[in-house]
Ligand binder design. Structure first.
Ligand code: 6PG
Length: 255
């Protein structure tokens, strides 16, 4: 199986520059092709690593008004809570570039996790109808131009944790959990079918503490560990890229 392209960097600074280049290129290609760019963010260290997008030249060259922004996972807390992935992205990125506020699709923070997930799927469904989000040719799933994921040391991506029942979700695009092993417990998350329908998926991982999970997610390992969420990220027709620093890449098999 194709487990993606590797972009391994000596330093976080180099990784950030490459990540900004990658996102800017995808944005340009997508705006050229379909007039818009649909991008889903995650939480965690990813947002800090995207920081270069707010600086020259990207702050001027990226067509921010064409961005439609979503979250691949979100913690079900108030939008102004320190745990909110929306707040993290707003403070670190979105407030610094000319994004159109109505294009920013954060979750409803006034309802239960279950309701927030089904409302979020409904919102995406409406945007698929108007083709602000493309649709997969092989299923009825949304086909985001780019989904950005981080990964935990346990191999989780978005809020898809090892051995959790949400890994088996086949029909929903967005689901919820109330027992996340990483706090806070209440979350909504894109499902594997939604993630694997994207045109591009990037997993951004830094630090030695995640090197074992990187190895298990990417290398041919015996016995096969098909249950590791990060290893289950395998876009059906889209492209997968791993952005790794030296530490995160340190346990990958040499060739
Ligand atoms: C979340 C995230 C989660 C995150 C990873 C990696 O809301 O918790 O979306 O999937 O991306 O846990 O986080 P770090 O990069 O901070 O380790």
């Amino acid at each position: 199986k194709d487990r993606g392209k590797l972009r391994i960097h000596e330093s976080l600074d180099e990784l950030s520059t490459d990540l900004a280049d990658y996102i800017a290129e995808l944005s340009e290609a997508s705006v050229k092709e379909r007039g818009v760019f649909s991008i889903a963010l995650s939480g965690g260290s990813l947002i800090g690593l995207m920081g270069k997008l707010c600086e020259a030249p990207y702050n001027r060259t990226v067509d921010w008004a064409k961005w439609y922004i979503f979250w691949a996972d979100e913690r079900v807390v108030a939008k102004n809570h320190t745990d909110s992935n929306y707040k993290l992205a707003k403070d670190g990125l979105l407030s610094k570039v000319p994004i159109i506020p109505s294009h920013v699709h954060s979750i409803n923070d006034a309802v239960s996790a279950e309701e927030a997930a089904s409302e979020y799927e409904f919102v995406i469904r409406q945007l698929v109808k108007t083709r602000m989000v493309s649709v997969s040719e092989v299923s009825d799933c949304p086909k985001f131009d780019l989904i950005l994921l981080g990964m935990g040391p346990d191999g989780h991506v978005a809020s898809l944790f090892p051995n959790h029942a949400v890994l088996n979700e086949k029909s929903e695009w967005v689901t919820f959990l109330t027992d996340s092993p990483k706090p806070p417990p209440e979350r909504i998350t894109f499902t594997l079918p939604a993630i694997n329908s994207a045109s591009n998926v990037a997993v951004v991982v830094a630090g030695e503490a995640k090197s074992e999970a990187v190895h298990l997610a990417i290398d041919d390992v015996e016995p096969d560990c098909p249950k590791l969420p990060a290893r289950m990220v395998q876009p059906t027709t889209g492209k997968l890229v791993w952005f790794l620093d030296k530490g995160a890449a340190s346990k990958l098999d040499g060739d």
